[in-house]
Design a protein around this ligand. Structure first.
Ligand code: SAH
Length: 327
């Protein structure tokens, strides 16, 4: 729901201040439309239904994986594709993977989103509407900004959405923003009052190799990015998650694990190894190679886990969000 439009509409209708809060409270708790908002006058509900679309996004396609993962392709009012994913875990956790941009202006060589045309930054309402869509299906408790786009290039809107996520059921501590290492964004997140988690897509500890697979490294070299992450930890006392996608023969050698472990203070970082979801240009490391890499990291004193791959059969896994249905 476009919350600015809601406010101007309520003002035009001469409604009292508390109406905005009332409407939002219903939406945040998973209401499907204005007609459910029984503490609003019926005439007002009708008026709002006319003038303020219940969502800024239209569902274009939705698929459910064998493992329960749901991927939804939305379209913005101006026709931009946006995808988001609901992940269901056995322990009951419900985690949303949200997009911050339609497409992505960065060109990480292994990522499908990077190959699609960049559309634009999403508004805070468009980000929230992804979450509200899934909240209408069931309760949710975690959010990761690991969908399409680079959240730190749209940080105002991402943070504005984060401010409202607790109303939807997701506390700041259960919210994580993932970045390629967009330095000014990391610095701003360090300064916010919200205890949001930081995740860094690292992928190679060697500067030259990292630049090759993630051209953004030329602009913000890893050395500077890690210094900013160290400051984040010093300030927030929350471990930074390192994402490391396992590319066969590229970044999965023993010596590279050692170099990675040496670059990171085990107090401040936790590593998440991501099995590569084939999206074209690379081969993923084998299970054995990933396990060996993980063991090498632990042997060098740093905690590492392997990310569960979810929703691969519906192209909902990491790096697969490319709005294929529109291609
Ligand atoms: N731009 C931000 C947010 C996107 S997060 C960032 O890069 O952090 C998406 C995560 O999935 C990133 O860690 C990215 O490196 C990873 N990823 C991209 N393509 C992938 C693929 N094909 N297989 C597995 N992980 C991938």
């Amino acid at each position: 729901m476009d919350l600015d439009l809601l406010q101007t509409t309520l003002d035009e209708l001469g409604q009292p201040r508390f109406r905005h809060k009332q409407v939002w409270a219903w939406a945040a708790r998973g209401a499907h439309g204005y007609d459910e908002m029984t503490d609003l006058p019926a005439a007002l509900r009708d008026e709002l239904a006319e003038r303020v679309p219940f969502s800024t996004l239209e569902v274009q396609h939705q698929a459910e994986s064998r493992d329960g993962t749901v991927k939804t392709l939305f379209r913005t009012r101006d026709g931009r594709p946006v995808e988001a994913v609901l992940m269901r875990y056995r322990d009951g956790r419900r985690s949303l993977c949200l997009s911050s941009q339609s497409g992505c202006p960065l060109t990480c060589t292994f990522c499908a989103t990077g190959t699609m045309k960049f559309g634009r930054n999403l508004t805070a309402s468009e980000i929230l509407d992804q979450a509200l869509h899934f909240r209408r299906i069931e309760d949710v408790d975690h959010v990761v900004f690991m969908g399409m786009g680079e959240p730190m290039m749209n940080l105002d809107n991402v943070l504005a959405a984060c401010r409202r996520l607790p109303d939807v059921g997701v506390t700041h501590r259960r919210t994580a923003i993932s970045t390629v290492g967009w330095l000014p964004g990391i610095e701003r997140l360090t300064e916010t009052d919200m205890p949001i988690r930081l995740a860094l897509s690292l992928h190679a500890a060697d500067e030259a190799l990292r630049s090759q697979i993630m051209p953004v490294n030329d602009r913000y070299p890893l050395r500077d990015v890690l210094a900013a992450c160290d400051r984040f930890y010093a300030r927030k006392r929350r471990k930074v998650f390192i994402e490391y996608v396992m590319l066969k023969g590229v970044n999965d050698r023993y010596a590279q694990a050692v170099q990675l472990a040496e670059a990171l203070d085990p107090k401040a970082y936790k590593i998440n190894l991501i099995p590569y979801n084939p999206t074209g240009s690379y081969d993923g490391s084998s299970r054995e190679a990933i396990e060996a890499f993980r063991a090498a990291l632990e042997e060098h004193g740093i905690e590492a886990t392997v990310r569960l791959t979810r929703g691969q059969d519906i192209d909902a896994a990491c790096g697969q969000l490319a709005a294929k249905a529109l291609a």
